[in-house]
Design a protein around this ligand. Structure first.
Ligand SMILES: C[S@@+](CC[C@H](N)C(=O)[O-])C[C@H]1O[C@@H](n2cnc3c(N)ncnc32)[C@H](O)[C@@H]1O
Length: 287
């Protein structure tokens, strides 16, 4: 599947999401959908998509939120997922029921040309933090929106407030080289943690009524399947997954032991609850 358009500054991210990142997310699509379902519920409630609306899901990945929204806007409305990852878009298309008004394009949201003035609502679950030039990307998306159209997305707050990121990273420390340091303007999962930065980006892109609501809740590393599942989940996903990806077998086994020791005391029945801290961001295209 060919990428419709790519802004040169996003080439590294495109490589990652068409390579190892896309492979993990498609191989473990069920795990991600279950793990992140609490975020989907909050996002969909905040977005309040209505029957007949045209909704765009930015960085839609394997399509979980796009498909849920398509059900809400059907039959007259439509949900369009835009993602730079070919494998993830392919998976999203494969799982779309024939009668659901959901479409997916393989494109960089920074430059993908949306028909002007059509979009009622833009949503994203963790799909907007990976642009090299986020103001450019949001301005491009806004150009496809109706006057008064709304944008609602979830992004992570700072890493230290997110146990799901910090607990496994601490357990993995010493078993693998640390991840490269990232600067405050670099793309990555925590690139929108600073609310001042998010306000600046959305303002530069021309949005108004920017609002950030902090939401704190629990995610379950085990997705209800016990400690082995929690260890596998914690070792495969997020920043820790990146860190441990290419480890030799012996180091991986040692890391798994540390992970088990870190998660075992947290188990509640078959669940491994870990704290999550999210911004639910909303803004509007001027009327
Ligand atoms: C953390 S994943 C979230 C996927 C999905 N929204 C979900 O919650 O399951 C981030 C997604 O953003 C996509 N992405 C990154 N840069 C992008 C860009 N420039 N244009 C479109 N999608 C992008 C990735 O390919 C990936 O699918």
């Amino acid at each position: 599947m060919s990428l419709e358009k790519l802004h040169a500054s996003n080439a590294d991210q495109a490589d990652y999401w068409n390579g190892p990142g896309g492979a993990v997310w498609t191989e473990h699509q069920d795990w991600h959908d279950a793990f992140l379902q609490p975020v989907a519920e909050r996002l969909i409630a905040a977005a309040d998509a209505r029957s007949g609306e045209y909704v765009v899901d930015i960085g839609c990945g394997c399509g979980a939120t796009t498909l849920e929204i398509a059900q809400r806007v059907a039959p007259e409305g439509e949900a369009l997922g835009v993602d730079v990852s070919g494998p993830m878009v392919r998976r999203a298309r494969q799982r779309t029921p024939e009668d659901l008004p959901a479409r997916f394009v393989h494109a960089d949201a920074t430059v993908y040309e949306l028909p002007p003035g059509n979009i009622d609502l833009v949503v994203s679950r963790f799909g907007v933090m990976f642009f090299a030039d986020p103001a450019h990307a949001f301005a491009n998306v806004r150009s496809g929106m109706k006057p008064g159209g709304r944008v609602v997305f979830a992004c992570w707050r700072e890493a230290r407030a997110n146990e799901w990121a910090i607990v496994p990273l601490r357990a993995a420390r010493g078993h693998a080289p640390p991840l490269p340091e990232t600067g405050p303007e670099d793309p990555g999962p925590f690139a929108f943690a600073d609310q001042g930065r998010v306000r600046r980006i959305l303002g530069e892109a021309g949005f108004v009524d920017v609002d950030l609501q902090p939401e704190d809740f629990e995610l379950d590393f085990a997705i209800g399947r016990g400690l082995d599942s929690a260890v596998a989940g914690a070792m495969t996903h997020g920043p820790t997954g990146r860190m441990l990806r290419d480890l030799p077998e012996a180091a991986r086994t040692a890391a798994a032991e540390s992970m088990r020791a870190a998660l075992a005391p947290r188990m509640v029945g078959d669940r491994a609850p870990v704290g999550a801290a999210v911004w639910m961001v909303s803004a509007r295209n001027p009327a």
